[in-house]
Design a binder for this molecule. Structure first.
Ligand SMILES: Cc1cc2nc3c(=O)[nH]c(=O)nc-3n(C[C@H](O)[C@H](O)[C@H](O)COP(=O)(O)O)c2cc1C
Length: 213
């Protein structure tokens, strides 16, 4: 297989959209989540995010990266206003509508209505869940950091609710997100169903891990 090496200057010289597609592919498969928010008068907003990541389990923390607010960022404004948001896993049947939520709809237009998802409200949190999602998380904003290097915002959220189908939770707490139908993302627009290779035992220096059932 022939292989090319791209150096820093090659990447910087790429056409803007080409570079975005190229660099967005480099971190490997990413999660596909719908970020649900609302303002204090319950005007809802929904958008696709691929940047959600695990930050710690005690307390249960997740990070997301929001693009710089050089243009209006409805989700970011809503999160700053209410201090809460939801993350909703995307399943295969939801992919097209989920992707469409990334379109730049004007403020005041709800992506829920535009793409046909159903907002689900719960008492504890003033942000809409996506009813169609099998796995849903409610988060409270704990920290916001603006990155000096590129103006992106790192939002640190603590999970205050997790909605998980009973069939997908193992005895040891592992959640089988493949069974729940959660898809993965690569680049900016490529969606994937997954095929598990298997689970392995806790790695120790003196032995190789074993496959778990
Ligand atoms: C596959 C995909 C992944 C995305 N991931 C992110 C992300 O992690 N962070 C982000 O700020 N925007 C991300 N976007 C872009 C937002 O969905 C888009 O900017 C949206 O219009 C933001 O909505 P808002 O202005 O209402 O907040 C992604 C878009 C797509 C299609």
């Amino acid at each position: 297989m022939s292989l090319s090496v791209y150096e820093r200057d090659d990447i910087l010289a790429m056409e803007k959209r080409y570079r975005a597609a190229f660099v967005n592919s480099l971190s490997g498969f990413k999660s596909a989540n719908l970020l649900g928010t609302s303002d204090t008068s319950r005007q809802t907003n929904l958008c696709m995010v691929s940047s959600a990541f695990h930050l710690g389990s005690d307390p249960a923390l997740m990070g997301i990266i929001i693009r710089p607010d050089v243009v209006p960022r409805d989700s970011l404004d809503n999160i700053r206003e209410t201090g809460v948001y939801t993350l909703n896993h995307v399943q295969e049947a939801m992919v097209s509508a989920a992707h469409q939520t990334s379109a730049r709809y004007p403020r005041g237009v709800s992506e829920f209505e535009q793409v046909g998802f159903t907002p689900l409200w719960r008492e504890r949190i003033n942000a809409p869940y996506v009813q169609e999602a099998a796995i849903r998380l409610g988060l409270i904003l704990r920290e916001e950091h603006t990155m000096a290097i590129n103006g992106t915002h790192l939002l640190v959220g603590e999970i205050i609710e997790a909605h998980i189908p009973d069939c997908c939770i193992g005895k040891d707490g592992f959640i089988d997100i493949e069974q729940a139908g959660t898809v993965a993302l690569s680049g900016l627009d490529s969606y994937h169903t997954t095929k598990s290779v298997g689970r392995l035992s806790y790695a120790k220096p003196d032995t190789m891990p074993e496959w778990l059932d």
